[in-house]
Design a protein around this ligand. Structure first.
Ligand code: ATP
Ligand code: MG
Length: 696
């Protein structure tokens, strides 16, 4: 495609242009979906670099999901000449935080090579700690975890939590919070929330470091600002400092992370913090037809609004919104798959132009079955991910342990995988010993001896394991990292283990391939010439970097670990596939043909939200779904579905009723039976066969 000329801002509308050129004071772009908010950010980055000649390494742009960050990076890349973007930082809040902690590890009392625990790891830590003192079970642990998340999102320390505690339960939870934090620091680990909380805390409390970072950042740009939580708000404030070089864009109607502590009111608080704040509103939507746009506007008008927004588009009326009634979820899936096949044949589109969106991950299963049956290639965001597979998680745990020998969670995961005859009792003995001394388990293995009651054979097995890890770790330090890693997995017979533990030969091979894919990713990352990347994510100036003494292999592993945590299923694959995604994961993206499935009461809006009276957030979620569509939008619902093995009658979502009558087109309010559906599928196949034989 022809490259846009960034210096030529004439393709922007006057308000967008104003937003791009504004630099004197903080700027808020507050506007509805598809109005070009993200475009303002990408254009502004190019403008700052090319016209105002800011060094790219002093520009930081943050957004929420990896997918959005990647899109933003691609869009900026398209605007810059090769090499111009070197050092530019475009990433997620969490990748920013990770990079910050890496650089400031010493000030935070962390050792380099710290580990990041995911939600499951943290839950295990909490459960273990609670079990050790007989304080409760896994269910209670989950509630503690949730509460801890709330505290961390508001930057409430364990001590503060304790002093604010009003109920007995709060006291109990705050005490556990304190223990968990202490434990995590002891094994040199942080969790997801710490990636934001620790940098914010350090910036607020250390003037030297604060000034250094404020000087590092000439301009900070934040996309999807309505989803920032309390901690992120404060982080942004610290980073911006007195220079106030800040551009944020957002849409309060697309705030869909309240359940994770997001505060859409952060949008409006900006004017208190920055009296010189300039606000720009955008009104032209460049994405969707008017039918889609009016439907979105009418839907969201059912939520109370303080700030009215009007959106218009010059893309014509377009087709009506199709609403399909289906007998059950299988019929729905077949219908969707069949329609995509049929539509694609008739209109000669690419598979990648279609997206199917849903409220919850479990809805994807019947859909995947149907797509496979119709042989439609698809790609899924947010499902059983590559990194969630056991073979990958285990291999990652070995890598984590090599990087950070204090990572007890990683150790527990692999110390007996493949089996080495190390039993639970032995691990309990080791764990208690380590816990009593507040030391990491791996380091304790060497000390274990007379004091422990472990049998010699057990001790020997543990020692063999620890020796192997220390030996490979040393090789890693000496720069033979890749070799050391490959030797490790050969020594432990990892591939054979995967084959033996699989239920079929095919499954075994798939798992071996997944494992090899992981090793290849490290190899490729090391081989890549950094000069080739015009955009290096969060790789600003190297000089003051703690991370400089990190070897290439270590850096490669660390990147993988972060991807593991953040991306899960967000694979970098732009091949021609239908996109399946949750509504949350689809935010910020756009597709020509969109289908939202499961538009039913108790699904969208979700049952929990109906009970908790938070339907407004569900409506915003539906609004996000509707506004992803550029040309055609289809909404489907089932008349009945199986829930917990039982068939349950369902009713259409209230949101369907809220769409404007004149743009709604109902199909099959009498639901089509699975048999009729199958017959339809057959006829699609027949036409497919006919068209194929006609072509060749
Ligand atoms: P969302 O709220 O969904 O994140 P957004 O406000 O960030 O949407 P963008 O994704 O930036 O909107 O833009 C939507 C579409 O409109 C994109 O395809 C973009 O290329 C296009 N667009 C933006 N501004 C213009 C313009 N001035 N002229 C033509 N197309 C534009
Ligand atoms: Mg956007």
């Amino acid at each position: 495609p022809a490259k846009e000329s960034p210096l030529n801002l004439s393709s922007l509308n006057p308000r967008q242009r104003e937003a791009v050129k504004h630099t004197g004071s903080p700027l808020l772009v507050l506007a509805g979906a598809g109005s070009g908010k993200t475009s303002v950010i990408t254009r502004k980055i190019a403008y700052l670099i090319q016209t105002l000649e800011y060094p790219a390494s002093k520009i930081y742009a943050v957004t929420f999901t990896n997918k959005a960050a990647r899109e933003m990076k691609e869009r900026v890349d398209g605007l810059l000449e090769k090499g111009e973007g070197r050092g530019l930082s475009v990433g997620t809040f969490h990748s920013f935080g990770l990079n910050f902690i890496r650089r400031e590890a010493r000030a935070l009392n962390m050792k380099s090579g710290f580990s990041i625990l995911d939600g499951e790891d943290v839950l295990n830590v909490i459960t273990d700690l609670m079990m050790a003192t007989n304080e409760g079970d896994k269910d209670l642990a989950k509630r503690v975890q949730h509460r801890m998340g709330e505290w961390k999102n508001d930057l409430v320390s364990p001590a503060q939590a304790l002093s604010f505690a009003e109920t007995e339960e709060d006291v109990q939870f705050a005490n556990i919070y304190e223990k968990v934090q202490r434990y995590m620091r002891a094994c040199n680990s942080v969790d997801f929330d710490d990636l934001i909380a620790l940098p914010t805390w350090l910036l607020e409390n250390d003037e030297v470091i604060r000034t250094r970072w404020q000087n590092k950042i000439r301009h900070l740009l934040v996309d999807e600002y309505q989803d920032t939580n309390g901690a992120q708000y404060r982080l942004v404030k610290q980073l911006v400092g007195p220079r106030e070089a800040l551009t944020v864009v957002g849409d309060d109607d697309q705030s869909i992370y309240a359940w994770r502590g997001a505060r859409p009111e952060n949008l409006f608080e900006l004017s208190n913090d920055y009296p010189s704040l300039k606000v720009v509103k955008l009104e032209q939507n460049y994405r969707s037809t008017n039918g889609i746009l009016k439907s979105a506007n009418t839907l969201i008008a059912n939520n109370p609004h303080e700030h009215e927004k009007t959106l218009w588009s010059d893309k014509g009326e377009g087709d009506d919104i199709r609403i399909l009634a289906c007998a059950n979820e299988e019929a729905e899936a077949e219908r969707v798959a069949g329609s995509i096949l049929d539509h694609r044949l008739r209109t000669k589109q690419k598979y990648r132009d279609y997206a199917v969106l849903y409220r919850s991950n479990h809805q994807a299963r019947p859909l995947e079955m149907a797509l496979q049956r119709f042989k439609i290639p698809y790609k899924m965001t947010g499902g059983t991910s590559f990194f969630a597979r056991a073979e990958v998680r285990d291999a990652m745990s070995y890598l984590r342990l090599l990087l950070n020998p204090d990572d007890d969670n990683a150790l527990l995961r692999v110390v007996n995988t493949p089996r080495r005859g190390i039993g639970i009792a032995t691990l309990e003995g080791l764990g208690r010993y380590a816990m009593d001394r507040e030391k990491p388990m791996l380091a304790c293995i060497d000390e274990l001896g007379i004091q422990s009651k472990l049998k010699d054979a057990q001790l020997e097995r543990l020692r063999n394991f620890s020796e192997m890890i220390w030996e490979k770790r040393q090789a890693l330090d000496e720069g033979n990292g890749l070799r050391a890693i490959m030797e490790l997995f050969v020594e432990i017979g990892y591939e054979d283990h995967l084959r033996q533990e699989s239920s079929s030969e095919a499954q075994g091979e798939r798992r071996v391939q997944n494992f090899q894919f992981l090793i290849d990713a490290i190899r490729k990352d090391i081989a890549r010439d950094p000069e080739e990347d015009t955009l290096v994510e969060l790789e600003g100036d190297e000089d003051d970097s703690e991370a400089a003494d990190e070897t290439a292999v270590e850096a490669a592993i660390r990147k993988l670990v972060l991807r593991d945590l953040l991306e899960r299923q967000e694979e970098e694959d732009d091949s021609d596939r239908v996109q399946l995604a949750t509504l949350h994961a689809a935010k910020g993206l756009e597709f020509p043909f969109v289908t939202v499935i499961g538009c039913e009461e108790n699904i969208l809006p979700h049952r929990g939200s109906i009970e908790a009276d938070t339907v407004e957030e569900e409506r915003r979620l539906a609004y996000v779904g509707v506004t992803r569509a550029m040309r055609e939008l289809t909404l489907t619902y089932c008349k009945a579905r199986r829930m917990g093995g039982e068939k349950i009658e369902t009713s259409p979502s209230r949101f369907l009723d809220e769409l404007p009558e004149e743009h709604r087109h109902w199909e099959g309010r009498d639901p089509v039976s699975p048999e009729q559906n199958r017959a339809m599928g057959e006829s699609v196949f027949a036409s497919l066969r006919a068209s194929l034989s006609g072509d060749s």
